[in-house]
Design a binder for this molecule. Structure first.
Ligand SMILES: Nc1nc2c(c(=O)[nH]1)N[C@H]1C(S)=C(S)[C@@H](COP(=O)(O)OP(=O)(O)OC[C@H]3O[C@@H](n4cnc5c(=O)[nH]c(N)nc54)[C@H](O)[C@@H]3O)O[C@H]1N2
Ligand SMILES: Nc1nc2c(c(=O)[nH]1)N[C@H]1C(S)=C(S)[C@@H](COP(=O)(O)OP(=O)(O)OC[C@H]3O[C@@H](n4cnc5c(=O)[nH]c(N)nc54)[C@H](O)[C@@H]3O)O[C@H]1N2
Ligand SMILES: [Mo]
Length: 764
């Protein structure tokens, strides 16, 4: 059988169709295949968005140094010329400015497949070429990545790995309080590929057993898979106030577990004083929180009582911390769970990220499979990942990060492979300005994304559907040999081959390939995987058999995990790797950083933009993950296109919110604020708060000048979001903190430009 795989699922490649077209079919045993896959083939074959030849921006060839980077035409060049230009430019920049002037962070999801992982391949080459400045943490959960080691002694990765297993929740939990919900929409994805989507199944099992679910969210739809869920509608950005109030009510009602707090946490006195108002004169009571969260104080008190009576799991999604002061709901949620005392017991306690992706809480074996080694980077400099525009705009500028005072490097050359900053970054109009600063931008991609359109040298890569690879990852039980489902489009090459050619020019090819062809690499990875499997007591077949059979499954772990389980069993023998060995409710290391936006214990801080003091006509923008695609990937595919309204991204708003603005279902609307404006198609639903509007990420960035004004015409929310750090601790992105206004768009609908190829002259 022939297989392929993506972050959204694993597929067999069917060629026995009536019309003779190749068809991707979700693998046997996937209980809830993702809808995203339905748009994969059409996106990969799209002649209007695939990059067919290497191309160089005209202005760059003319020596404009980036001035016209946001609106220019290209010249098609052959591979030889493209490779020569890249190698020459890399040489020039490292010679003139050193490798510290090269930014190779290249953040992004690229595609599944162990070998053809674009970032790993790029880093491997750049490391051999003297290194580059990189980026740290992710857009997904940077606040957690920096905070969790301080307060739990675990990295975010370890914390994810140790998440209490879903089967224990399904069996034991009586009350699941899901901040931000647990969504089948986001549970479609596993980084590096998945053969099974199980989250809705576990939720079903639990709900059928009688587990109650409270969805604390601005959107009822965040818990759509569980119809019995109660919806506790909350103003976005105020969860911390609610959590603190719940802690306060537990405390004054003596409903909390003081014995747990005493034995397993440190810093209780400071936190208790803060709850009672000792530090700032403001008790964090239900009455206090009610007006911030737009909830009834009695409901908060009733919830506190209910939590204390049930086996409760406090679950926080990843989205809550992609916000200004995003560290706080995580820390306050953990503190609340500690006061409830269920941490360490099966199905109770605290979870972070259930449903945010497929594998969180799945009892996987977590086998450490081999990967392509990136080598070591001679350049130690890095930026927190979401500070890209700041870096380009302010070389030498100072910033705080995790207790350090750092400065931004002076970057002359940017190289991106497998990511799309003009999808993922906030305040894209600001990024456009920053993007004119480097002397050269190189992009590997298979599609004319907004980032490829803003590059100087564009290198066409294959998609995962056009190459051989292996899907193996520690969170999924399937090992899949990926076969091509189609021929490469145009002159596209695999990233490895592109970089091999450049390595040859730079004189580092032998170290880059270690003398192996792609097939040799796949065999090598498989042979090492066989050794690893053998250490775990499993026998895997030889490479030839693997290629032919295509799929092997290893059994899951039969011992489900409990977050903090070993620690709670014996905190003296198994202390946490924190300052105190305990869960820190007050953390001296963070306190010593003297950051007002992230002091030493969980605090309430009002976000930079909030409905709390918004004008009457302002709405909170929720820009979460799209249901029909992965970020910007497959936006050109059939599934995402079918969901659009007049070709624009749908935005969800309450019927009353729409009516007040004279907007009907299906109308085109304009969302705007001081940072930018975009069009979208109105979709009305009572599943969202009246003071919010939800516009998913991922519509390809399409800014135009209409009647003298800048307008993004496709529905990309990142022209509206704020580009600043969550706090001086993590500097994580704050995509979920933004206010906007919405009005009906009565003017003619400007045609999209992202559905056309850029202008490409031939023969450079
Ligand atoms: N407003 C707002 N913004 C957000 C978020 C939000 O919630 N709200 N979420 C943030 C989050 S959590 C994330 S993770 C980021 C995601 O941001 P990104 O990961 O940058 O988004 P993708 O669209 O997945 O970009 C991957 C790119 O890699 C390309 N690609 C795929 N396979 C290959 C390959 O084999 N080779 C090469 N060379 N290229 C390939 C794809 O075509 C695509 O352009 O977005 C962030 N942005
Ligand atoms: N289909 C699909 N699935 C994906 C992805 C994708 O692109 N497409 N991307 C994957 C990636 S990279 C990531 S990081 C994860 C992200 O997973 P999440 O971070 O969990 O997803 P989001 O869609 O950003 O947010 C989920 C919900 O949080 C709610 N929310 C927003 N702000 C607040 C708030 O202040 N308080 C409360 N209580 N709720 C709030 C919103 O209603 C939103 O629908 O998703 C992954 N899954
Ligand atoms: Mo993410």
């Amino acid at each position: 059988m022939r297989y392929t795989a993506a972050h959204w699922g694993a597929y067999t490649i069917g060629t026995d169709t009536e019309d003779g077209n190749t068809e991707l079919r979700p693998v046997a045993g996937d209980p809830a295949p993702s809808r995203i896959g339905r748009g994969w083939m059409s996106a990969a074959r799209d002649p209007k968005s695939r990059i067919l030849e290497p191309a160089v921006r005209k202005g760059w060839l003319d020596g404009d140094r980036g001035a016209a980077r946001n609106a220019d035409s290209f010249v098609a060049v052959g591979w030889d010329r493209a490779v020569e230009l890249v190698a020459g430019e890399l040489d020039r920049v490292r010679g003139a400015h050193g490798n510290g002037a090269i930014f190779g962070g290249s953040y992004g999801w690229a595609s599944a497949g162990r070998f053809h992982h674009a970032q790993s391949q790029l880093r491997r080459l750049l490391n051999l070429a003297g290194g580059c400045v990189t980026s740290r943490d992710t857009y997904s959960h940077a606040a957690a990545e920096v905070l969790l080691p301080h307060i739990t002694g675990m990295t975010n990765r370890a914390f994810q790995d140790q998440m209490t297993s879903w089967p224990l929740v399904a069996e034991h939990c009586e009350l699941l309080v899901a901040f931000g919900g647990i969504s089948e929409r986001t549970a479609q994805i596993t980084s590096s590929g998945t053969s099974r989507h199980e989250v809705t199944g576990w939720l079903d099992t639990a709900a059928r057993r009688g587990m109650a679910v409270i969805n604390v969210s601005p959107q009822r739809s965040d818990m759509a898979a569980t119809p019995s869920a109660e919806w506790l509608s909350i103003r976005p950005g105020t969860d911390t106030a609610l959590m603190l109030a719940l802690c306060h009510e537990l405390l004054i009602g003596k409903l909390h577990d003081q014995a747990f707090v005493d034995r397993y946490t440190s810093g209780w006195d400071s936190f208790r004083d803060y709850l009672l108002g000792g530090t700032d004169g403001q008790p964090k009571s239900a009455d206090w929180a009610a007006s911030l969260c737009a909830m009834a104080a009695d409901d908060i008190r009733a919830l506190a009582a209910r939590l204390s009576q049930k086996k409760t799991m406090i679950a926080v999604n990843w989205g809550l911390q992609r916000a200004h002061h995003g560290e706080q709901p995580l820390w306050a949620g953990l503190a609340l769970a500690a006061m409830l005392g269920g941490i360490g017991r099966p199905g109770e306690g605290f979870a972070f990220g259930y449903g945010s992706t497929t594998p969180v809480g799945r009892p996987s074996r977590l086998i450490g499979w081999p990967s392509v080694l990136q080598g070591s980077n001679p350049v130690s400099d890095f930026i927190p990942v979401a500070r890209i525009a700041d870096m380009l705009l302010e070389p030498g500028g100072a910033y705080d990060y995790d207790g350090a005072k750092r400065t931004y490097p002076d970057i002359r050359l940017v190289w991106w492979a497998g990511g799309n900053p003009f999808h993922h970054h906030q305040d894209l109009n600001r990024l456009e300005e920053a993007w004119t600063r480097p002397e050269t931008v190189i992009v590997n991609d298979h599609a004319w994304t907004a980032t490829a359109r803003r590059a100087d040298i564009v290198l066409p890569a294959t998609t995962a559907l056009e190459r051989h690879d292996i899907m193996i990852n520690r969170r999924d039980p399937s090992l899949i040999y990926m076969s091509p489902a189609m021929d490469p489009m145009g002159a596209a090459l695999d990233d490895h081959e592109i970089l091999r050619r450049i390595a040859a020019r730079l004189g580092v090819e032998p170290a880059f390939t270690e003398g192996r062809s792609t097939k040799d690499w796949l065999r090598h990875l498989w042979d090492r995987s066989r050794q690893v499997a053998a250490e775990w007591g499993h026998e895997l077949p030889d490479f030839e058999t693997f290629c032919e059979v295509g799929r092997f499954d290893l059994p899951d772990d039969d011992a489900p995990r409990i977050q903090f389980g070993e620690f709670v069993a014996d905190p003296d023998k198994m202390p946490l790797a924190t300052d105190s060995g305990r869960i820190t409710l007050f953390n001296p290391t963070i306190a010593a950083m003297k950051l007002d936006d992230c002091p030493g214990h969980p605090v309430w801080r009002q976000p930079a933009e909030s409905l709390i003091d918004a004008d009457d006509d302002e709405l909170h923008l929720i820009s979460g993950q799209p249901a029909t695609r992965l970020h910007g990937q497959l936006d050109r595919g059939a599934e995402a296109q079918a969901d659009k309204i007049d070709g624009r991204e749908p935005c969800v708003m309450h019927p009353e919110t729409a009516a007040r603005r004279g907007i009907a279902d299906g109308d085109i609307v304009r969302l705007f604020n001081g940072r930018g404006a975009c069009l979208a198609g109105a979709r009305l639903s009572t599943d969202i708060r009246r003071d919010c509007v939800a516009l998913a990420t991922g519509a390809w960035f399409d800014p135009q000048t209409i009647d003298g004004q800048r307008l993004e015409v496709h529905g990309n929310p990142n022209v509206l979001t704020l580009d600043r750090g969550a706090s001086g601790l993590s500097q994580g992105n704050i995509a979920h903190t933004a206010l906007v206004r919405v009005e009906k768009w009565d003017k003619p609908l400007p045609p999209l430009s992202v559905d056309r190829l850029p202008t490409i002259a031939s023969g450079g």
